[in-house]
Design a protein around this ligand. Structure first.
Ligand SMILES: *Cc1c(COP(=O)(O)O)cnc(C)c1O
Length: 467
């Protein structure tokens, strides 16, 4: 075999420690660096967010996960190299495919989401392409919610057409409309658990039941909820995608993404997923589902997806995100508690027209909180300001603690006017359907003292609505 191609093959997939049997031989065995999966199931969220994927470094004993800033890994000898090239032994070859620091993060996110396998990639948008890539082909479509992050609306409505894929946008509160949009060429159903920018909550268990009925995988973007507030896999999702740029990293330092596979979807049942469940020509005819069972999607994502699309996360980014995930539950609880205070204060204020946070009893989505996001409705929502567009712009410019940025899920509070920024590429109808009307600002509530946030808003609203 050609050396170059062989070197591109994966040896260490997430969940497969060096020293285990060949990955083809034992695809179902998951070890998270010293914590076997069966043990992980017994550990609580706060323990897993620190320990999953991160036993002491076997080479040095380093207690924190080292940043393995290396593109390649030396073979012990010619025989070792031959075994690696023959896929008879597990290890690392090349960091476009797998890297120990990045694998530690993939293992940790996999444990927190309750998945079978996970891959990290370079951004949330990369994760969305990586999630669709093994499922789609030219002529295939994905049925997606109208309530999505603006960048995702553009990615799905425009850019994926270049691959011969298409998206059908549907109001996900209308289950009949979702079912009606599905046809023989549909390969997936896609939505956000809590949606950007309005903070609406999708009825995941019902959408999952529908996906099950029509035999399609449900992909859930869980960026705004994080696994702390919502477990899409437990509610029936097949794949979970993340922009790790947001709450998982938590302080606005690095972009990244992840795809976590539940391992529960039967890729062979319908004949619709030949890349996973028929001989894959891009990988010398391997039938991934037959050979790897529940790890089929994850191995395909490494062996074909990362190998050929190259949307790899770098080890520095993985390091920052591993640090962030260690305090995820603490931060999310505070984000939600602060949002409760700020959103309630805003709703009662006469200068405000409406507040969309689903945690408020007035929200039409409030009844879904207990079912879908039991620990809280997140910390992102929109506010309609009396005075419309002009007042929104003045508000954004008058705040001092809130930063005017195109990001969310930071420790610090952020504000943006979606209609002129994140949702700017959308038509007016798309803006309306996405909950990004011109008179709305989007707030991402941080973990500062809530009294200070309210004082900042109070002062800036005075300026914004004066005269
Ligand atoms: C930010 C975001 C994305 C895109 O993630 P990037 O890391 O910016 O590529 C996707 N979905 C949601 C819900 C987001 O907030």
């Amino acid at each position: 075999m050609a050396l170059g191609r062989a070197a591109d093959r994966p040896r260490a997939a997430p969940g497969h420690c060096a020293g285990q049997e060949g990955w083809l031989a034992s695809p179902q065995i998951r070890m998270t660096r010293g914590i076997p999966m069966t043990e992980q199931r017994k550990l609580g969220f706060d323990t897993l967010q620190i320990h999953a994927g991160a036993a002491p470094d076997p080479a040095t004993g380093a207690r924190q996960v080292p940043i393995y800033q290396s593109t390649s890994y030396v073979f012990k000898d010619a025989d070792h190299a031959a075994r690696l090239f023959g896929l008879e032994e597990v290890g690392y070859i090349y960091s476009r495919l797998t890297n120990p620091t990045v694998s530690a993060l993939a293992d940790r996110l996999c444990a927190l989401e309750g998945g079978a396998g996970a891959v990290c990639c370079s951004s949330g948008h990369a994760a969305q392409i990586m999630a669709l890539f093994p499922l789609m082909g030219p002529g295939c479509n994905v049925v997606v919610s109208t309530r999505l992050y603006g960048g995702s609306v553009t990615q799905f409505s425009q850019t994926i057409k270049r691959f011969g894929w298409s998206a059908r946008f549907v109001d996900f509160d209308d289950l009949d409309a979702i079912a009606a949009a599905v046809d023989d060429d549909t390969r997936a159903i896609f939505c956000e658990s809590i949606s950007n920018p309005g903070g609406y909550i999708t009825d995941l268990p019902e959408v999952a039941k529908l996906a099950d009925r029509v035999g399609l995988p449900l992909i859930v973007d869980n960026t705004l909820a994080t696994p702390y507030l919502c477990n899409p896999i437990a509610q029936g999702a097949t794949l979970v995608v993340h922009s790790t740029t947001k709450y998982l990293t938590g302080n606005g330092t690095v972009t990244g993404g992840a795809v976590i596979d539940s391992g529960k979807f039967d890729w062979s049942a319908s004949g619709k997923f030949p890349s996973l469940a028929a001989p894959e020509p891009a990988y010398h005819g391997l039938n991934f589902h037959e050979a790897l069972g529940a790890m089929a999607f994850t191995f395909h994502s490494i062996a074909v997806g990362l190998r050929d699309l190259g949307m790899t996360m770098n080890p520095q980014a993985a390091h920052y995100t591993l640090m962030g995930v260690e305090t995820l539950s603490l931060r999310m609880a505070r984000h939600v508690a602060n949002t409760e205070k700020v959103a309630s204060w805003l709703e009662a204020d006469p200068r405000i027209d409406r507040v969309t946070w689903a945690g408020l009893p007035s929200s039409p989505w409030h009844h879904r909180v207990a079912k879908v996001t039991p620990k809280g409705a997140g910390a992102l929502f929109t506010v309609g300001v009396k005075g419309g567009y002009d007042a929104c712009v003045k508000l954004v410019d008058s705040l001092q603690l809130f930063s005017h940025v195109a990001n969310l899920g930071d420790t610090r509070s952020l504000i943006i006017h979606p209609a002129s920024t994140t949702h700017r590429q959308l038509t007016a109808d798309q803006q309306m359907a996405a909950g990004a009307e011109a008179d709305l600002v989007r707030l991402s509530i941080g973990i500062e003292d809530p009294e200070d946030l309210i004082a900042d808003l109070d002062r800036a609203l005075d300026i914004a609505t004066a005269g």
